[in-house]
Design a protein around this ligand. Sequence first.
Ligand SMILES: Cc1cc2nc3c(=O)[nH]c(=O)nc-3n(C[C@H](O)[C@H](O)[C@H](O)COP(=O)(O)OP(=O)(O)OC[C@H]3O[C@@H](n4cnc5c(N)ncnc54)[C@H](O)[C@@H]3O)c2cc1C
Ligand code: FES
Length: 244
Amino acid sequence: MKQGYFKVIENEKLCENVYKMRLLGDVSGITNAGQFINVKIDGVYLRRPISVCDLDENSVTIIYKVVGKGTEILSNLKEGALDVLTGLGNGYDLSLSGSEPLLIGGGVGVPPMYLLAKRLISENKKVTVVLGFNKKEEVFFEEEFKKLGANVIVTTVDGSYGVKGFVTDAITNLNYTYFYTCGPEPMLKAIYNTVKTSGEFSFEERMGCGFGACMGCSCKTLYGNKRICKDGPVLKKEEIIWEK
Ligand SMILES: Cc1cc2nc3c(=O)[nH]c(=O)nc-3n(C[C@H](O)[C@H](O)[C@H](O)COP(=O)(O)OP(=O)(O)OC[C@H]3O[C@@H](n4cnc5c(N)ncnc54)[C@H](O)[C@@H]3O)c2cc1C
Ligand code: FES
């Protein structure tokens, strides 16, 4: 984990309540796709965890949805610097992907799929990405994934764009060697019950400290209790116990 100050160099609205922010600073703490950063926001008590969406030598990109006070304040930032903890969480294990990995992102679970897709494609993997949203107005990053060279399928619950239904409706007839997913828990659970291969789930659990100290994000797995922030947020399919 590294702490540093990052300059806000972009904070652009992508669609209704969803923003893309680019932060300039020391990104050397970030290694894996699926890791997250923890942002200190003036006006709220706890830091807010947000997944790494993209990365280059000196900047990190995040995509966030405005759901409460912290993200509302963030969306109004035009310039300045943010105190950020980087390199948090384990991230996805790319070595298990096989030749044709399937990536499934739902809503604000889409952003971590971007860096993952980018890295898998750079390893010559044939990547299919399924992006799930409620309606057309919420769709973002379809073109960005296509530009990477991924096969992209968009689903909307109301059928206003792409395949009508849930991401699980789009994956039943696909062939793939392994899967990676991130999104709301009901979606993750439905995927667990649909997928045909092994794979990995990223959980966006509510957090306290975000770096393993408070046990506030502890969950039961088949291999004992794990802290989502430190031992996760990515868990393997074989270790998950659904408690709810
Ligand atoms: C590892 C990780 C990665 C994440 N990545 C992203 C991301 O890439 N993009 C993104 O938009 N969000 C992401 N989140 C969720 C994000 O952290 C919360 O939306 C944010 O902290 C809300 O802060 P707030 O002050 O705006 O809302 P608050 O005022 O704290 O909460 C407003 C409402 O949102 C609900 N809420 C807050 N946090 C969560 C959560 N983690 N899960 C479900 N409901 C929540 C609250 O229950 C409340 O109803 C991630 C969370 C984790 C743990
Ligand atoms: S949030 Fe404190 S241990 Fe995970």
